[in-house]
Design a binder for this molecule. Structure first.
Ligand code: BGC
Length: 244
């Protein structure tokens, strides 16, 4: 089935048409910037613009950068606090007139990676980490998603969430080299290893394409690999969620 997958991020809202059975992207990715307010209504308008760009009419799968329980935002991450308690699928359906399935963005990226990417067939406890505006996590036991793990929310020193010290957006903001940031990211992975003892960690998100530039600073025991789907995984996994 041809489904529009949308990946909502703190800096961009991206979409593409996807074959929801094979995970193949059928069009190029189209991106619009996330409104700086990061508020519900403004973001819903951008989602509508994206749908108009594809002239799409059908079910939409959407990865959203927050904890989502039964469609409701439970923890808003890097977005505006007005998102708390919002039923995302209803808001986006009202704005666009189309039915929406909404899941956490890192769960979506992990789902695509485990079903169509480098994670296919990997058993045991696999943790997908998406490196972007925040640090997202998707956790899989023998290939099955355990939703809404928020490993980027682990407190670290004076930071209430480690993602506000070790995400890609912080690398950019503080103009950190791959060495400096890689050491921070390694601290984060060491905590992940300590807390959930995964068998494998897969890195996704835009920054994972530069893995070669920071892999020497990753010194944990758990094997760490980069997803080849990069920042397409969120779109593909979101589209696949519709068929689930
Ligand atoms: C949010 C997560 C999200 C991650 C990546 C965090 O700030 O709390 O839900 O998966 O960012 O977008």
């Amino acid at each position: 089935m041809e489904v529009l997958g949308i990946d909502i991020g703190g800096s961009g809202i991206k979409g593409a048409l996807v074959d929801s059975e094979t995970g193949e992207m059928l069009t190029k990715r189209f991106r619009l910037p996330t409104p700086p307010s990061r508020k519900p209504q403004e973001m819903a308008e951008v989602v509508d613009q994206l749908i108009k760009h594809f002239d799409y009419k059908g079910p939409v799968g959407c990865g959203f950068p927050a904890t989502i329980k039964k469609g409701v935002v439970k923890s808003y991450g890097n977005l505006h606090k007005k998102w708390l308690g919002v039923k995302v699928n209803e808001l986006f359906s009202e704005a666009t007139g189309l039915p929406f399935t909404v899941i956490n963005d890192a769960d979506a990226a992990g789902f695509a990676t485990m079903n169509y990417g480098i994670g296919k067939g990997k058993m045991g406890l696999v943790v997908m980490i998406t490196i972007g505006t925040g640090l997202g996590s998707g956790v899989f036991l023998d290939g099955r998603l355990i939703p809404n793990f928020e490993l980027g929310h682990i407190p670290y020193k004076k930071h209430s969430k480690i993602e506000s010290w070790a995400a890609a957006s912080i690398k950019e903001k503080e103009n950190l080299s791959y060495e400096k940031w890689g050491k921070r990211f390694n601290k984060f992975l060491a905590l992940v290893e300590l807390i959930v003892a995964p068998d494998l960690i897969i890195l996704g998100g835009g920054t994972s394409k530069d893995f070669d530039q920071f892999k020497d600073h990753i010194k944990i025991d758990t094997p760490v690999i980069a997803s080849k789907l990069r920042n397409h995984a969120g779109i593909i996994g979101a589209a696949a969620a519709v068929a689930q």
